[in-house]
Design a protein around this ligand. Structure first.
Ligand code: ADP
Length: 437
């Protein structure tokens, strides 16, 4: 870049020439030349003053009389504009980063090298009740848990520390420290209450399944060992083989229920594919024939299907739900009891219910009945051959059909398991349509 342009030289030498000529005309050549130099110096001084004033806030392009000053100012102006542009980009990125950090579901706290709070996000405000006034305080004053204090003070990446939330009873938090060299450290804290609950539910579930399978398996192994003995007559052998069948059937039933439950839980579409209008009277008849047939004729099973609607649903699922309710009603009722299965219209939709006159359920158990493997009376339920998964399956099937399982029961008098299907799940009964059920 050239600083002095041709016109600058013309201006400079033109001024000298003018001064010299004017001086020469009045017979004062040298004073004329010196005067021209002084004028040039004054012009440069004015340019310099303008430049200085402009350079304090070089936001607009300035105008100078000489190209040299104009060029110098232009260079400064362009580099300033580049820097401002870069600063804008950096600021936008910083804001972006800030909004990402704000939106994080986990608490993120920036600590300076001495462990004082520099910044924190919205989750930190929620989880740890942090406020603006906490800025600058040592984090360990906020959470006085020994392991968390050790973690923050260590300033190095260690195993995450789990601790009880100081603000929310029962909530568990997990702290993780990410060192950032000289800049301090980033402390990440997440709520692991739900995760812990799920983990312990999974552990319980695995323990329950193992236990449920081990019991019949132990029985089977016991009989098999006896069967291995040589001196058994044919009749004893036959009797032992017969004894192996019920526990094997129980294991089979348990595995089948587990598979059904897993499928119900893992299918996210709510069984939309297999949905169709179901003729409930026919479906109930079929279930009664199957389940009632298995149970023998000890109970009186009555179907009361008066609804003018068909249920829009997956027939196999509804069949399995009604089957479970009916087999429970049979198993938990003394012989001779009446069991009524109803399908009726109600103001809120259509009601499906199974009523028995059986042993009933004490009130305190009602809310837990649909938990997997929950039994009111374990010994009795086992003796009745239940898997402990029946009502869990019913609950899931109904949920996939927009309904909720409800129970009314009185010990010694009987129970009523019922649900209401909303109008959106019902189709008017039209005999001309193909009937599925
Ligand atoms: P199970 O296979 O043990 O019957 P369920 O999930 O079907 O498992 O039922 C859970 C528990 O609910 C049963 O163990 C029983 O104690 C109780 N229960 C279910 N249905 C009835 C009923 N109709 N009458 C009395 N108790 C019932």
């Amino acid at each position: 870049m050239k600083y002095y342009s041709f016109s600058d030289y013309v201006r400079f030498f033109g001024l000298l020439l003018l001064g010299a000529l004017l001086g020469w005309a009045v017979d004062a050549f040298w004073p004329g030349l010196v005067g021209a130099l002084i004028v040039w110096t004054l012009i440069q001084h004015r340019e310099y003053t303008t430049f200085r004033r402009w350079a304090v806030r070089p936001l607009r392009r300035p105008e100078f009389a000489t190209d040299a000053w104009q060029n110098a100012a232009d260079i400064l102006f362009r580099s300033g504009r580049r820097q401002r542009d870069r600063a804008h980009v950096a600021l936008a990125q910083l804001r972006n980063l800030q909004s990402v950090t704000e939106a994080l579901p986990d608490a993120a706290i920036v600590l300076d090298p001495s462990g004082r709070i520099e910044r924190f996000n919205a989750a930190a405000r929620r989880q740890l009740r942090m406020r603006r006034s906490d800025l600058g305080l040592p984090f360990v004053e906020l959470v006085r848990h020994p392991q968390v204090m050790a973690l923050v003070q260590s300033r190095e990446q260690r195993e995450p520390v789990e601790f009880a939330s100081p603000f929310d009873d029962g909530a568990r938090l997990e702290a993780r420290l990410v060192p950032m060299g000289d800049a301090g450290a980033l402390l990440l804290i997440r709520d692991v209450t739900q995760l812990n609950r799920l983990l312990s539910m999974r552990q319980d579930f695995v323990a329950n399944v193992s236990h449920e399978l081990r019991t019949p398996l132990t029985v089977i192994l016991g009989y098999l060992e006896t069967l291995q003995e040589d001196d058994l007559d044919a009749e004893t052998r036959r009797m032992l083989i017969d004894k192996v069948v019920p526990p094997a059937q129980r294991m089979h039933a348990l595995l089948q229920d587990l598979l059904i439950l897993t499928r119900l839980e893992s299918e996210s579409d709510g069984g939309i594919e297999g949905r169709m209008p179901i003729d409930m009277e026919k479906l109930l008849g079929r279930v009664v024939a199957q389940v009632g047939g298995l149970a023998g004729a000890a109970h009186r099973l009555v179907i009361d299907a008066r609804s003018a609607h068909r249920l829009i649903g997956v027939p196999s699922e509804i069949e399995s739900a009604v089957g479970n309710l009916l087999s429970n009603a049979i198993r938990y009722s003394p012989d001779g009891g009446e069991i009524r299965i109803g399908w009726r219209d109600a103001p809120e939709g259509a009601v499906l219910d199974v009523r028995d006159q059986g042993i009933g359920i004490p009130r305190e158990h009602l809310s837990r009945l649909t938990e997997r493997f929950y039994r009111v009376d374990l010994a009795r339920a086992r003796a009745q051959g239940g898997t402990g998964l029946g009502l869990a399956i019913v609950k899931h099937v109904l949920k996939r059909h927009g309904a909720v399982l409800q129970v009314e029961s009185e010990p010694g008098r009987g129970s009523r398991f019922f649900t209401v299907f909303p109008p959106a799940r019902l189709a008017p009964f039209d005999k001309t349509l193909e009937v599925v059920g």
